[in-house]
Design a protein around this ligand. Structure first.
Ligand SMILES: *Cc1c(COP(=O)(O)O)cnc(C)c1O
Length: 354
């Protein structure tokens, strides 16, 4: 039986997606060829890429609104650099809410003046700063919607006149937002969409072409857009699996439908964390992530009991990030509510053994 997979990334994918993906590796489209041994310029794969790109825009509600989607290489980490390369002329504003924001800031500093509008670093990134001003002359404002490592999530986004850039790696397609507020969204596939190896970039086209520097081709959004995300060989398998996951999501009823399930999962787990005296949440209640729930045992001596019970129940991937410790239950789109119930049952069983 499949384990209950709470892995923070690469993450759980829908079982039917894994099945279709494995079939395509052996025989794609009944052509008696593997998906990963055909030309990326062949009609069948061009269809995959186009389908993946348009599904992404459709699910985000961005069709016909001046946006384009790309599937690029290099992970979200390359987007830290690429966003600044393409959009930072003089000054950019960043909100620092965790390790990934911190890394984005480090890269952007290579390209211009950087204003850190607020940071929760001093408090161990356990909350999202809310009172801050974004300079009106900034080239853009950058934030991280969900902090995968610390378990906080932005519940609202600032109203600002400057272009809004968001790293949505770990909560894209998980909740309804007005995505048209954002000018650039990027997300590594391996958190909520597919396997590692491709990154979704959603760009409002009219924000490009405003910096004076020369941009190397592979780092230039315009070059990738001009070639319909086929400037070089795309990550064919990760793009295909991402397309399957997006199809799965669409068939389920899209983001509105999955958000309901994600809310149920989060309510179930946080409810138990708050009710059970043996567990404690790590971050500010109002900023709790619905994707990554971080918690600790109030009595460290119960660690072995809890870990053993988790193992016996088939629970995988519950350890906190190596930089923070504790526990982290990642409840991405494909994780069923039943898996969260299994975890909650184990948390209750620990209480009985304590
Ligand atoms: C995992 C993660 C990244 C890094 O993604 P890579 O694809 O490994 O470069 C960046 N931002 C967030 C929010 C993440 O969760």
């Amino acid at each position: 039986m499949k384990k209950h997979n709470f892995s923070a990334g690469p993450c759980i994918l829908p079982q039917e997606v894994l099945k279709k993906a494995s079939e395509a590796v052996l025989n794609f489209n009944d052509d008696n060829l593997s998906l990963i041994e055909i030309s990326h310029r062949s009609k069948p794969f061009v269809n995959v890429m186009e389908n993946a790109r348009s599904l992404a825009l459709e699910l985000l509600g961005l069709e016909g609104k001046g946006y384009k989607a790309l599937f690029l290489h290099g992970g979200a980490s390359t987007q830290f650099l690429m966003a600044a390369y393409n959009l930072l002329e003089k000054k950019a504003a960043y909100l620092n809410t965790g390790t990934w924001s911190d890394k984005a800031i480090k890269e952007a500093k290579l390209f211009g003046e950087l204003v850190e509008v607020a940071s929760s670093k001093d408090s161990g990134f356990t909350h999202i700063p809310k009172e801050y001003a974004i300079p009106t002359d900034a080239d853009y404002f950058h934030c991280t919607s969900n902090n995968t490592i610390f378990g906080t999530q932005m519940k609202s986004f600032p109203e600002t006149n400057v272009p809004l850039i968001c790293d949505m790696s770990s909560d894209i397609f998980s909740r309804q937002l007005d995505f048209s507020k954002f000018d650039l969204i990027y997300a590594g596939a391996q958190k909520n969409m597919g396997p590692a190896g491709t990154t979704l970039v959603v760009i409002k086209e009219d924000i490009l072409g405003k910096v004076s520097r020369t941009i190397p081709s592979m780092l230039n959004y315009k070059v990738h857009l001009g070639k319909d995300s086929m400037f070089n060989t795309p990550a064919v398998f990760p793009v295909y699996v991402s397309m399957l996951t997006l199809e799965w999501l669409k068939n389920l009823g899209g983001i509105a439908a999955i958000e309901k399930i994600n809310d149920q999962k989060a309510a179930l787990l946080y409810g138990e964390i708050d009710r059970n005296p043996l567990f404690k949440g790590v971050v500010a209640t109002e900023d709790r992530s619905h994707m990554n729930a971080t918690f600790t045992l109030t009595d460290a001596s119960l660690k072995e009991t809890f870990d053993t019970l988790c193992n016996e129940a088939g629970i995988n991937g519950l350890n906190g990030h190596r930089s923070v410790g504790g526990y982290r239950a990642s409840m991405y789109n494909a994780l069923p509510l039943e898996s969260v119930q299994v975890l909650v049952d184990v948390m209750q069983a620990v209480a009985q053994k304590a």
